[in-house]
Design a protein around this ligand. Sequence first.
Ligand SMILES: *Cc1c(COP(=O)(O)O)cnc(C)c1O
Length: 516
Amino acid sequence: MEKQTLISIYATELPENETDDTLYNDIFHEGTETGYRLAIRAAAEQISGFLKHTKKPFSGIKPATLLAEFENISLDTPLPDYKSLYDEVNALYIKHATAFHLPQYIAHLNCPVVIPALAAEVIISAINSSQDTYDQSAGGTFIERRLIDWTGKQIGYNTQCDGVFTGGGSQSNLMGLLLARDYYALAYLNHNIKLQGHPANAHKFRIFVSEKAHFSNQKNASLMGLGEQAIIKVGTDERFRLDAAQLEKAVQEEIEKGNIPIAIVATAGTTDFGNIDPLEDISRIARQHNMWMHVDAAYGCGLLLSDKYRHLINGIELADSVTVDYHKSFFQPISSSAFLVRNKLHLNIIKHHADYLNPKEQDYDELPAQINKSITQSTRRFDALKLWFTLRLMGKQKLGRYTDTIIETTEQAACLIDNSHHFELLSHSDLGVLVFRYIPQHTGGIDICAMNLHIKQTMFFNGEVLVASTRVNGQFYLKFTILNPLTTIQHIQHILTIIKKHGKDFEQRSHATANS
Ligand SMILES: *Cc1c(COP(=O)(O)O)cnc(C)c1O
C-alpha cells in the first residue's frame, strides 16, 4: 500500500464543525495565553463570590438533596462554555462547601489559608513541575530542599537533617514507622527488610503510642505488615498526654513477654486535646531501649513559628524523625506536609534505584533527585512553592503571631467554659482544642450524650456554627478546634450561647415528653 493511503486510514478526521483551532484551544500553550487568563480570572471571580455570599460555615444541605442535583448530569455530554460550567459547579459544590475561613467554623483541623499560598497554587498547577527528579523540577528541587532545611532548623536539628514534602501527616507518619522498623532490623538484627522482607521475629516488633495518638499509626502498622497488634497504647495523664511512667512500665512488660520494642511515637499536639506529650522523658526512654523516636507534630508544628510558645514543643529536636503538617498549622492550602529525619543517612534505607529515573552513573549530587527520599510518591506536586511564597512575603513572625492569638483565644475560651456551671470541660489545651459538654440544669431522666449530639447536629444543619465531637470513656463530648486567628472570644461567647439555647430546648422537650 502507498504510504500516503496508510496515513489517511489512520488519521483521525475532525468532526465537521471543529477546526484545528477549537480542537487544541484547551491545551495550555503559547497559543492559548488569552484563554488561560480569562479562565483563571473567571475562577477567581467565583471565589470572590464565595467570599462575598458565604455568611455561614455551611449551607446545612442534606446529603440526599445534594445528591439529587447530580441526577441529570451526564459526564459524556460536555457543557458549552465556562459560564455553564461555573453555574453547575456552584450548585454542586461551591454553594455548599464548608467555609473554613469563617470564625464560626471551629470543627476540625482545617486552618484558614493565606493569600500568598493561593497565588503560588496558580503557578504550581500551570507549570506543573514534578518533584521526583531534577530534570522535571530544577529550581523546584532546591526550593523544597531549602524549606526542609529551614524546617529542620526550627525543630533544632543540625545540618545533618533531611526530609521531603509529603501529601499529609498520615503519610509522613508512615515514613517514620517504616524507617524505624527497617533501621531497627538493619542495626540490631543485621537484616535488610527492604530486600529480604520481614525477619521471622517481626511479629514481635512493638511500637508505643499514647491512647490519644492519631489513628494513622494503627493503619500504618497494618499497612507495613506488622498488624495493629504491634501498636501498644499507653495511658495518659490528666491532660491526656502520654504518661512517661506508664510508658516505661509498658516497655518493660513487652520485653518480659519476649516482644521487641522498636519505636515510640510521641504526639506533639493531640488531635483531640491539642496537648504535647512529654518529649524529653520519652526521648530518654527511647534511648535506653534503642528505640526510634518519632514525633508526630502534624498539628503542634505551629509552635515552631511562635517565639512566645516555642518552649512548649522543646524536646522535639531529640526525635529521630518528625511529621509536620503545614496544612494544619502553617495556614497552607491542602496538601502541604513534610517528613524530617535528624540524620540524613537514615533516608538511604528507603532509597531505591529505578535506573530510568536516576541512573547510577549520574552523580547524586550533580543531579539531585528528591525521589530517593519519597516512599509513596514518584510524580509529586510542587507544594513547597506555597510555603516559599508564604515565608518570603509574610515571614515567620507574622504567622507566629497568628499562632499566639489562637493559643490565647483558646485559653480564654477554656476559662469561660470551665467557669460556667452549664458546661463540663475535660482539659485545657497547649494549642487550640477544647473538649467539653453541655450539662443540663436538672439531670434527672436526661441522656446527656444524646443531648450534646442533638446540639451538634442542630447547629450543623442550621449551618450557623460547626463544631466537632469526640468520645472520651464512652461519653459524647463537643469539641472546638480553634485554628483561625480571626475567631475571637466574642465569637466563642456567642457560640456558647447558641449551644446553651439548643441544650435548653432539648431539656424542655425531654421534660415535656416525660410528663405527658
Ligand atoms: C491530622 C493529623 C494527622 C494526619 O495528618 P493528615 O495530613 O490528615 O494525613 C496525624 N497526626 C495528628 C496528630 C493529626 O492531628
